[in-house]
Design a protein around this ligand. Structure first.
Ligand SMILES: [Zn+2]
Length: 142
């Protein structure tokens, strides 16, 4: 009888200590979440909720500088290698959605990337006046 009581008591102590450890962990997590809630531009803590993204993540707005952002973003920066691959794929006349799927970039990012490329492309072709011979102009789609 005594051993059963000792066993029950020790298992209760174990359970309580485990619970205490988990509550400390969860409060640490809450503290970390609160610490991370600063503006990525100016570091201000004066933030307000500002709706949500189309993926359902809450958006915040800094009251000091006005920047809008998502806390703990999952977005990654597209590497130079991926951009070079996209440039090559664009010349192969593959659809933007196909390129987005293959390179795993978002379709909206790719659309913006292509628009920026188009904006940087010169609109006029310079042809020298003292050109002799037959003039051949080749144009290709972006
Ligand atoms: Zn700010």
């Amino acid at each position: 009888m005594k051993t059963i009581l000792v066993f029950l008591l020790s298992s209760c102590v174990l359970l309580l200590s485990k619970l205490a450890r988990e509550s400390v962990k969860s409060s640490q997590r809450k503290c970390e979440e609160l610490l991370e809630q600063v503006c990525p531009t100016c570091g201000s803590e004066h933030l307000s909720k500002n709706g949500s993204t189309h993926h359902g993540k809450p958006k915040h707005q800094c009251k000091s500088c006005g920047r809008q952002f998502v806390l703990n973003p999952t977005k990654t920066i597209v590497s130079k290698e991926i951009k070079q691959l996209i440039d090559r794929l664009l010349l192969e006349r593959i659809s933007l959605r196909g390129i987005a799927r293959v390179t795993q970039v978002s379709w909206s990012w790719l659309q913006e990337y292509v628009n920026q490329k188009l904006a940087r492309t010169p609109r006029q072709i310079r042809v020298s006046e003292n050109f002799s011979g037959r003039l051949t102009i080749e144009c290709d789609e972006m």
